[in-house]
Structures are given as structure tokens and as C-alpha cells.
Design a protein around this ligand. Sequence first.
Ligand code: AMP
Ligand code: MG
Length: 302
Amino acid sequence: MSGRHSRRDEATDARDRLGRIAREWDRPAGEALRWRPGIDVRSLDCAATPGWDGGRDEAEEASAGQAVELADLQERLFAEGRTGGSRSVLLVLQGLDTAGKGGVVRHVVGLVDPQGVMHRSFGRPTPEEAAHGYLWRVRGALPRPGYIGVFDRSHYEQVLVVRVTGLEPESTWRAHYDEINAFEAEVAATGTRIVKCALFVSSDEQRSRLAQRLERPDKHWKYDPADIDTRKLLPEYLEAYQEMLERTSTDVAPWYVVPADRKWFTRLAVGELLLDALRSFDLGWPAATFDVEAELRRLAAT
Ligand code: AMP
Ligand code: MG
């Protein structure tokens, strides 16, 4: 009982703290980061912190506040899903090697109860996956009601790596834009709030992160020699990202452009976007489906 109350106080405190810290956002993160025509990712400042007036210390304090609110809202969503609700959230993370997708999963998604998370990372399709259409494995990984789904890479690889490395002819990958929009509209219509984040790391920062992976034995497991080949194709990838944003940012599934040279900002920004999605649900707690007083009497009699 007291545990439940202190938990709620904690959440209220976090919201108060966020209220103070909200001043550091000069406009809502969703507004500052949302993709809009005219943004050219080929000339993006990857060290920028759009919308955020504070520095790193303030961001870390804000992240701590997010943690409590995220955990609270995720539990409410989970409870709703357990009691007949149909809503869920899907966080899609796209970004080149070292952009920090894994860090977001660890530091942001890691703040909520793992029971309520359906995480999936998408690599090169397995033979079984390749035998199906590219949306097959994605459909199988969609969050069930009450869950936060997280895609580390996604169906968008079909218009990124597939395009850039020529795995499919242009007429085939080009058709994916419309297919993906139709697919996401269908997913959104079932109650899934889709939040798509494209993380952009600069070429210099990527070099230094790859160098770190090579210099540190504890990071070797993350290094893939193929990352250098991908790096050489950076202009082609940015062109593919640009067109992806132009063609697939929709009202039901908008893209957010997240500069990723400062890890603290990437995490703060994605945390805020995820929170916004959860806040928009205006989540309460499901009403008891039993007579609480009667149950208390029954319990007392045991
Ligand atoms: P990582 O995220 O570091 O584990 O790397 C996963 C790799 O899988 C990346 O090089 C992706 O480009 C690749 N990948 C993901 N989806 C596809 C796909 N549909 N077709 C080909 N390669 C893919
Ligand atoms: Mg990799």
C-alpha cells in the first residue's frame, strides 16, 4: 500500500521536476525534431541539440526525471493491455553504424520494466526470413497491446542498405515507400503509436567511435570490418536517408531527425519523444473488475 503511494509521489515529483526542466526545451522536442520538408540530412549539424537550451548536466538531470515518468506510464500502458486495451507504442530506431541505437535501447528503453518491452533488432535476413516478403519478420515483431515495441533497424533497411548496395533493382525498392506507408497506416489503425527516430552521426564522430571500438578490446565485439565499407558509402546512404524521410514521414508515423554526435542529447531526445507518445495516451489505471471491499473482507477472514 505504502509502496504504491510512494511510487505515485515519485512520479508526481518527477513531473514537477520535468516542469522546471521543461524550460530547457525552448519548444517541445517533437516539434524541434520532427522531419519537415526542407531539412537536408546531407548538411545536418550532427552536434546540434535542437530545441534544447541546456547543456549536458541539465540533460542528465532531465533524463533522470524522464526515467520515473517513463516507468510509471509504461506500467499504466501494460496494465491497460492486460485489461482489454489495444494500444501500444512502436519506437523505430534507424541510424548508421555507431549512431547510438544500442545506447538508446540501453539507456532509454532500459529505464522501463523489461517485461513490457518487445525489443527486436533486424540484421541481414536469415534464410527463413529471406524466403518471405520483407514485412513478414516485421509483422511478427510488432508490439502486442500494452507493450512498447522497439526496432533496432527495421523495414527501412529495405530502402537503405538494400538500395545502396544494389540488393534489389530500383523499381523494386522504390515500390517499398508506398508499401511501407500503407503498412504503417494499418499498424497505427490497430492502436499502435509509431515513433520513428533517425539518428545522424557525423563522419568525424563515426570515425572516432569506430577507432574506439578498435582500440578497446571490450568493444571489439561491436566492430564489424564491413562497417568501413558502409562508411565509404556515406554519401549514398545519406541520399537514401533523405529520400526515406521525404517519402515516409506521415501524420500517423512521423519521422524525427535526431542529431547523434552528443550521446546525452540523443538519449534525452528519444526519451522525450517516447514520453510524448505515452503521455498522449492519457493513461489511467484500469478499474478493479472485482469488489475491493468484499475482497478485503475475504482476505481478513483468512
Ligand atoms: P548491426 O545493426 O550492427 O547488428 O548490423 C546489422 C546489419 O544488417 C547491418 O549491416 C544492416 O545493414 C544489415 N541489414 C539489416 N536489414 C537488412 C536487410 N533487409 N537486408 C540486408 N541487410 C540488412
Ligand atoms: Mg554494427
